[in-house]
Design a binder for this molecule. Structure first.
Ligand code: NAI
Ligand code: MG
Length: 383
């Protein structure tokens, strides 16, 4: 029996392409693992009315961790249109399987590192004033995103149930909404807990402490989102007291988008609620070369699912054209979590060397190489 059982979830579109690259590298590095295939994604929504079949949930429970490619998600109306005829009109509701997975397995923490590797032609170069000469700006940021609560907690209504509408209308601020009628109003909630806020902030501070990082920035908007943003800010400030050597800094989500663009090298660890973490991590990805370079891990207390930040990029599906580096750095995060430290270090070093040498590059880096060409080049240096 292999040492690890890794749930293999390619999902949709380029998920399959980049997972092929990951497998090539993991096998070449001799990871002692078996990879049970698990169904997830759009095909299973269309044919079975469930993008995360029960058999997948059951299979995952018997594995060490999961590796996931990407899924395609569509708005509710479009999703219903694509169901097979037998399932149309049966009242099935689409939900994102990766969001469900995070909630079901309590994968409360999403870690998204974004690092510029020297020699990447896509590295951020800033502007002439902050960066005269236009050399590479070296960025090394890690986003800690709360992964189960907040704006993506999944508590949404349209139309509003009578009881919810009545309760809301008791609030004088709802007066202008009252006249619009319950069938014309949609509601998406942002629910956060003290436990959730404290946990994500603590992990950000702990990570900073363990890795010698000096700044942790909370990304929120407490001046407008007074209750949820306020609770998160209080939890952050309370925890900060236990980490006197770390600069606990606070920024509004809108302002930090501007500041990160101007001075990205100043930021190190960022911590945020679910949606703000999603937004800010795409910005970080953009600063280090785009979604082809952004890995992530969904971490729980005992289980984790690793996935690149990017989606299924349907227009490139099956062409083996996209950059596998985000996926390979995701595999590196998984190796770290498995405490396969030597393999993790070798894999990252190999990726860095391939980027620096610049001989084998996918289209996004200005090259013509395929997904698998890059993986093979990484294997040359990693194994
Ligand atoms: P996307 O991330 O799939 O692609 C956006 C663009 O980014 C692509 O067209 C491509 O130009 C570039 N890109 C992405 N990955 C790349 C890679 N590895 N190498 C080079 N270039 C890359 O986002 P989009 O187009 O907004 O969404 C497509 C589908 O993916 C949607 O159905 C969406 O719901 C889903 N999605 C799924 C996610 C997940 O599985 N966790 C996350 C984000 C989107
Ligand atoms: Mg995103």
């Amino acid at each position: 029996m292999a040492k690890y059982s890794i749930a293999w979830m390619p999902g949709d579109g380029i998920g399959n392409d980049v997972m092929g690259a990951a497998r090539l590298v993991l096998d070449a590095m001799g990871l002692d693992a078996e990879y049970p295939h698990c169904d997830i994604g759009w095909e299973f929504w269309c044919n079975e009315g469930n993008a995360l079949p029960d058999r997948t949930i059951k299979a995952l429970r018997g594995t060490t961790c999961g590796l996931f490619g990407a899924i395609t998600s569509k708005p509710q109306d479009e999703a219903k249109e694509e169901l097979i005829p037998e399932l149309k009109g049966t009242g099935l509701v689409y939900f994102s399987p990766i969001v469900k997975l995070r909630q079901l397995f309590n994968l409360h923490t999403n870690i998204r590192p974004c690092k510029s590797y020297p020699g990447n032609p896509l590295n951020y170069r800033g502007n002439q004033i902050t960066n005269p000469g236009g050399g590479e700006v070296m960025i090394d940021q890690v986003v800690f995103r709360e992964n189960t609560e907040g704006s993506y907690g999944g508590v949404e209504f349209h139309p509003l149930p009578e009881g919810v509408y009545t309760a809301l209308c008791a609030n004088p601020k709802m007066k202008p909404w009252k006249d619009k009628g319950l069938e014309n109003v949609a509601l998406s909630t942002r629910i956060v807990s003290k436990q959730g806020c404290t946990s994500i902030c603590r992990q950000a501070f702990e990570f900073a402490k363990q890795t010698g990082r000096k700044r942790v920035t909370l990304v929120e908007k407490p001046n407008v989102l007074r209750e949820t943003g306020g609770l998160m800010t209080r939890c952050f400030r309370e925890l900060a007291k236990s980490y006197p050597d770390i600069w606990a800094d606070e920024a509004n989500i809108d302002a930090i988008c501007m500041w990160m663009f101007k001075n990205p090298q100043d930021y190190s660890v960022l911590v945020a609620e679910n949606m703000f973490g999603d937004i800010i991590s795409d910005l970080c990805a953009g600063l280090v070369g785009g979604l082809g370079f952004a890995p992530s891990g969904n971490m729980g207390d005992k289980y984790a699912v690793f996935e690149p930040t990017h989606g299924s990029a349907p227009k490139y599906a099956g062409q083996f054209k996209v950059n596998p580096i985000a996926m390979l750095l995701t595999a590196k995060m998984m190796l770290e979590w498995l405490k396969e430290t030597d393999k993790a270090t070798r894999l990252e070093a190999a990726v860095a060397r391939v980027i620096k040498e610049g001989k084998v590059r996918t289209y996004d880096m200005g090259g013509k190489a395929s997904t698998m060409d890059v993986a093979k080049e990484v294997v040359r240096y990693a194994s």
